[in-house]
Design a protein around this ligand. Structure first.
Ligand code: ADP
Length: 542
């Protein structure tokens, strides 16, 4: 017997329809490439998304055609989020931090038809447009009078001119909720990048679960600053969850430095911000120097790579901001776990509570997890056994775009490539990427643990731990360190700092000081690059 309730497809267009109807005055504030602050409302975004949809129809673009963006976080990008997907096309958010050759490869692989870009990226477009063989239209996200007379890009039009003549009226098409809505390529540290192709259904369910109180806890009373880029797994779904809840959205545009972010948080009364640890590192540095405090920020979600304990403590103890440590990946839309406390943790002393907060968190409803040993046998949730982490759920990948790399699933589960423990309360903790695991004398050493200790030293700005081939122990950890500006620190002092903080054999064998650790397109430390840079490294005692 079937239920007798209405069957309605879960479509992204319903989010902007909802926001327009119920939160028409909800604000969208953007720092623009032009440098000024732009203000509009969900009502404006809704109208202009419909103009985008009409403009795409006008170009005779078909259902499922890919429309690419190369853009910062801002209101025009948001309009494309709704206009492109809502009209049945697929939004492909390109990562501008990639090498131009990779951008060309990806645009050709996804067969993009249109590319909308911020003027910051005009030099990239000038360099690559002739090699992007499927792109028929280039659109600059600016006013008509901001287009240079000779851009060198054939047929270039401004976004404002493109949508100006279009009607604000548009009836969003109804279609199967399993249709593709957007896509995002993984960084591809090995081999060619592969794309996760999200559906309307997966996107809505992910946004719904992400907004829950024990996940990101979003509401109409929030002012949300996604520092995480909209080209990085749809800014962790925040634009969708914001429309779903009517939260105010604040977009930083290209200004991601500590000062600009701090100013925006204060001027727009931001209550909730999201970003990778490296961004917050810059902001905290700026705040420390100027003795600054937040007046409205309540919580911040930090993920993408492990959040150092020192950062959680600084946010919490010095600035009164709750850190939500979160874990996920492109293949998971990306949210998998968020570290929010259970009742029993709220009465714990600070040190024990910190042990929980450091974990990557509990699975949110919709994501199932398990850890397995080398034979694929499931391991207990005892907080000690560690193994390969696998996930499944309605917003977890089934297959990569165009079937690249074959089926990634093992018995219906997606292997994340992370190694983790899960405790009896369901809190998952990543010990490593499987390829970064350090195996010393048959025992595993967590590079994240080694990094976290270094990062808690007041003179350390950034630390990366990597395993080096060792004649006796197979591999031994060394830690590569960037000092804070003007700080003094010696190798011996940092090694001594590890004493009592971890088992002796887990203390790194050496410290290498450097000016900068290579970061990838999404702000993560690139350990493969670091290993290349250190290929001639020799242990001091060897
Ligand atoms: P995202 O785009 O969401 O950062 P990627 O697909 O680029 O995702 O990378 C996902 C990987 O990043 C994860 O498999 C994991 O190794 C790492 N990662 C993400 N969040 C965390 C976290 N909180 N702690 C440790 N590692 C993390």
């Amino acid at each position: 017997m079937l239920g007798l309730m209405q069957s309605q497809q879960l479509l992204i267009s319903s989010l902007i329809d909802f926001a327009e109807r119920h939160h028409s005055e909800g604000e969208i504030v953007s720092r623009r490439v032009e440098g000024d602050i732009h203000r509009c409302t969900y009502k404006d975004i809704a109208k202009r998304s419909r103009k985008v949809a009409n403009a795409l129809d006008h170009m005779k673009l078909g259902f499922g055609d890919r429309i690419a963006t190369l853009a910062w976080n801002g209101y025009r990008h948001l309009e494309l989020y709704f206009g492109v997907s809502g009209s049945g096309r697929v939004l492909h958010t390109l990562n501008p931090r990639l090498h131009p050759d990779q951008i060309v490869w990806i645009a050709n692989h996804s067969e993009d038809q249109v590319l909308c870009f911020d003027m910051t990226f005009l030099p990239i477009i000038q360099a690559v447009h002739s090699r992007c063989t499927t792109i028929k239209h280039f659109i600059a996200l600016c006013d008509a009078d901001k287009l240079p007379a000779d851009s060198g890009v054939p047929g270039l039009v401004s976004y404002e001119a493109w949508i100006a003549a279009q009607s604000e009226k548009y009836v969003w098409p109804a279609f199967d909720e399993n249709s593709a809505s957007s896509m995002c390529y993984t960084s591809g540290t090995t081999g060619n990048p592969k794309a996760a192709l999200y559906s309307h259904r997966s996107t809505i369910l992910h946004a719904w679960a992400g907004a829950l109180p024990d996940a990101l806890n979003m509401s109409a009373r929030d002012s949300v600053l996604p520092v995480v880029p909209m080209f990085h797994v749809n800014a962790w779904g925040l634009p969708y969850s914001a429309a779903m809840t009517g939260a105010k959205l604040v977009f930083p545009g290209p200004a991601m430095d500590g000062k600009s972010i701090f100013e925006l948080i204060e001027s727009e009364k931001v209550t909730f911000a999201a970003g990778v640890p490296t961004v917050w590192q810059m902001m905290l540095g700026h705040m420390q120097q100027g003795g600054l405090k937040f007046s409205t920020l309540k919580r911040t979600v930090i993920g993408g790579s492990a959040c150092p304990p020192a950062m959680i403590t600084a946010f919490n103890d010095v600035y009164g901001v709750e850190v939500l440590h979160a874990w996920g990946m492109t293949e998971m839309s990306p949210l998998g776990t968020v570290c929010t406390l259970k009742n029993k943790h709220t009465t714990m002393d600070a040190a024990d509570q910190m042990k929980v907060r450091l974990k990557q968190g509990r699975g949110i409803y919709g994501v199932d997890m398990k850890i397995v040993d080398e034979e694929g046998k499931e391991l207990p949730w005892d907080g000690k056994a560690y193994g390969d982490l696998l996930v499944k759920g309605p917003w977890v990948i089934k297959e990569y775009f165009k079937g690249e790399g074959g089926s990634p699933l093992v018995d219906g589960w997606f292997p994340t490539g992370d190694v983790a423990t899960i405790d009896p309360d369901g809190y998952m903790q990543i010990t490593d990427r499987s390829k970064d695991v350090i195996k010393s004398g048959g025992e595993w050493i967590s590079s994240i643990d080694v990094e976290n200790i270094a990062m808690s030293h007041p003179a350390v700005a950034m630390a990366a731990c990597i395993g080096m081939r060792h004649p006796k122990w197979d591999e031994r950890p060394i830690v590569v360190v960037v000092k804070k500006p003007g700080a003094e620190l010696t190798r011996e002092a940092l090694l001594a700092f590890y004493e009592g903080k971890t088992a002796k054999w887990q203390v790194p064998d050496d410290v290498v000081f450097t000016d900068a650790i290579p970061l990838g397109g999404t702000g993560k430390m690139q350990k493969t690059k670091l290993r290349e840079l250190l290929k001639d490294y020799q242990f001091p005692s060897a």
